[in-house]
Design a protein around this ligand. Structure first.
Ligand code: 4AD
Ligand code: MG
Length: 464
C-alpha cells in the first residue's frame, strides 16, 4: 500500500473539503476504538487538525479479527476506503474502510496517554509524547501559524529577515545573563585571562538579543527583522521565563518611538486576527478547557486601541491602587509582573504601552529623553502575562551614546562598530523585542510558558 506524496491527503484537507464518494488513503494514530455489533469505529488523528476522522471498519475486512480488534490508543494505521456521509452527529463524513493496515502497534499496558485527560504537569514529563494530546497538539498548530504569520506580516510590510548570530561577543542587554560558549576544559577556565586562549580568543556567549546586529542592517535596508532562539541564564523559575526562548526583533530606520509603538500594536492585532481566522477550532478548545473568556479577550486585543501610559503616570496609578503589592512602588523601580498585570488587567482592561522609563533601569542603547532622567523606551504589557514586548528608540547621537556606554562600563573598542553606525549616516531608528512564547501564551491562554515550547529549558531542566 505505497502512496505518492502528491496523492497523500491530511485529515484536515479531507474534512475541510470532503468529497463524498471519493476513494482516499489516510494515515494516522488511533485515538479510540469502539466496537458495535459487526462494526468497529476507529477515531484517528494525524495531527493536522483538532478533529479526528472516524473510520468504520466492518467485520468483513480480511484482517478484522486479527488487526482491527487489536487496535488500541496510539497505534499507527493506514486506511484506504470511501468517504461517506456520516449518519452520526458532529461529523459530516466518515471513512468506510476497504483496507486497514497496522503500521505500528502501541502497547496498551504501558502507553502513557490514555483516554482520560492528563494534567499539563504530567505531560511535561513526557515531552516526546505530549504533542499527541488535544491541547499540546493545538499549541503546536497555533505556534506554527503564528510563526508563519510573523514572516507574512513583515514581508508584506517591506521588511527583510536578517539572521543574527547565535554565538556573539556582545551582551546587548548588559544584564550579565549570557551563557558562556567555550572550547576550553573546565580546569583551563580557572586560569586568569583564560579566554585569550579560547576558540574566539575572547569570551563569547549565546546571544541574549539580536538587536545590535539588527541595527546594522536597519541602517542599510531600512526595515529588517530577526527571529530566532535567544538565551538567558537568568535564574527565574517562573511561568513566564525560559532559559531558551524565541525572540522576534524588528528594527526600523527613520522611525521614532511613536512609529515603533504603532508598528508593534499593528503587528499584534494582525497576528491575533490571523490566528482567530486560521485556528478557530484550536482556539475554541482553549476557550473551553484552558482559559475561559479567551476568545473575548482576543477580540478585544484585536479591536480596541491599546492604552498609552508614561512610566511616571503608571507609577501614579500603582501608588493609588487599593491593593498591597509584594514589591512596593515608587518612582525609579523596575515594574514587576504584579504591577504590569494590575495596569492592564485592572486599570485598562486592554494591553498597555508604558513609555519613558527611568534611564537607570534600562540598557545603554536607549535614546535619552529631554530632561535626561528617562529614555525613549516602551514596554507592552498584556493581561495574564505582563511584559510581552520591550523596545525603544535607539540613541543615534554619537556623543550621548558614547557617554552612556562609558557609564555602563562598556569597552568602547569592542563596541567600536556600534559607535561607527552613529558616525556614518546616523538616523533615528527604533525597534522592539517580542517574546514569542509569551505571545503563544497570550493567544492560547496557556498559563505556563513550559507548555507552549516543545522543549522547555529552565533552571535544572534540559532532559533531551
Ligand atoms: O525586554 P527585553 O530584554 O528586550 C531586549 O532584549 C531588546 N534588545 C529587544 C529589542 O529592542 N530588540 O526582551 C524582549 C522580550 C520581553 O518583552 C519578553 O517578552 C521576552 O523578550 N523575554 C523572555 N521570554 C521568555 N523567557 C525569558 N527569560 C525572557 N526574557 C525576555
Ligand atoms: Mg524588557
Amino acid at each position: 500500500m505505497k502512496t505518492k506524496f502528491s496523492e497523500m491527503r491530511t485529515i484536515k484537507e479531507l474534512l475541510n473539503n470532503p468529497v463524498v464518494g471519493s476513494h482516499v488513503a489516510v494515515q494516522g494514530w488511533v485515538r479510540t476504538r469502539r466496537d458495535s455489533g459487526s462494526l468497529s469505529f476507529v477515531e484517528i488523528s494525524d495531527g493536522s487538525c483538532l478533529a479526528n476522522l472516524q473510520v468504520v471498519a466492518e467485520e468483513s475486512l480480511a484482517n478484522y479479527d486479527e488487526d482491527v480488534k487489536s487496535l488500541t490508543t496510539g497505534c499507527a494505521v493506514k486506511v484506504v476506503g470511501e468517504l461517506v456521509a456520516s449518519p452520526a452527529k458532529g461529523q459530516a463524513v466518515e471513512l468506510k474502510a476497504d483496507q486497514l493496515q497496522v503500521i505500528g502497534l502501541a502497547d496498551a499496558d504501558s502507553y502513557p496517554l490514555q483516554k482520560k485527560r492528563h494534567s499539563l504537569e504530567f505531560l511535561r514529563t513526557i515531552s516526546h509524547l505530549r504533542s499527541r494530546t488535544n491541547a499540546l497538539g493545538a499549541v503546536t498548530r497555533v505556534r506554527s501559524t503564528l510563526n508563519f504569520g510573523i514572516h507574512q506580516f513583515f514581508q508584506e510590510n517591506g521588511f527583510f529577515q536578517v539572521q543574527t548570530p547565535v554565538i556573539t561577543t556582545s551582551d546587548c542587554e548588559g544584564a550579565g545573563e549570557m551563557f558562556t560558549v567555550t572550547a576550553l576544559e573546565p580546569d583551563q577556565l580557572k586560569k586568569d585571562g583564560a579566554f585569550a586562549d579560547d576558540f574566539f580568543h575572547k569570551r563569547a556567549g549565546l546571544t541574549v538579543s539580536g538587536q545590535l546586529q539588527a541595527e546594522i542592517f536597519a541602517l542599510s535596508h531600512s526595515r529588517v527583522y530577526t527571529f530566532g532562539p535567544t538565551f538567558r541564564a537568568e535564574n527565574s523559575n517562573t511561568s513566564r521565563h525560559l532559559a531558551e526562548f524565541w525572540m522576534l526583533e524588528p528594527e526600523m530606520a527613520f522611525c521614532d518611538l511613536q512609529c515603533n509603538m504603532q508598528l508593534a500594536e499593528a503587528m499584534i492585532k494582525d497576528l491575533v486576527g490571523r490566528v482567530l481566522e486560521e485556528c478557530a477550532p484550536d482556539l475554541d478548545l482553549f476557550n473551553k478547557f484552558i482559559s475561559k473568556g479567551l476568545l473575548n479577550r482576543l477580540e478585544t486585543i484585536k479591536n480596541k486601541p491599546f492604552v498609552h501610559l508614561s512610566y511616571t503616570d503608571a507609577v501614579k496609578e500603582l501608588e493609588k491602587a487599593d491593593k498591597q503589592f509584594e514589591f512596593p512602588v515608587k518612582w525609579g523601580i523596575d515594574l514587576q509582573a504584579e504591577h504590569e498585570r494590575y495596569l492592564c488587567e485592572e486599570v485598562a482592561g486592554v494591553p498597555v504601552i508604558v513609555t519613558n522609563y527611568p534611564k537607570t533601569i534600562k540598557p545603554f542603547y536607549m535614546r535619552l529623553d529631554d530632561g535626561e532622567e528617562t529614555v525613549a523606551a516602551m514596554d507592552i504589557l498584556v493581561p495574564g502575562i505582563g511584559e510581552l514586548v520591550g523596545g525603544s528608540q535607539r540613541e543615534e547621537r554619537y556623543d550621548l551614546l558614547k557617554a552612556r556606554m562609558e557609564e555602563a562600563g562598556l569597552d568602547l573598542e569592542e563596541y567600536g562598530w556600534y559607535l561607527d553606525l552613529r558616525r556614518y549616516g546616523t538616523v533615528p531608528h527604533s525597534g522592539f523585542g517580542l517574546g514569542f512564547e509569551r505571545l503563544v501564551q497570550l493567544i492560547t491562554g496557556m498559563q505556563n510558558i513550559r507548555d507552549v515550547i516543545p522543549f522547555p529549558r529552565t533552571p535544572g531542566n534540559a532532559p533531551c
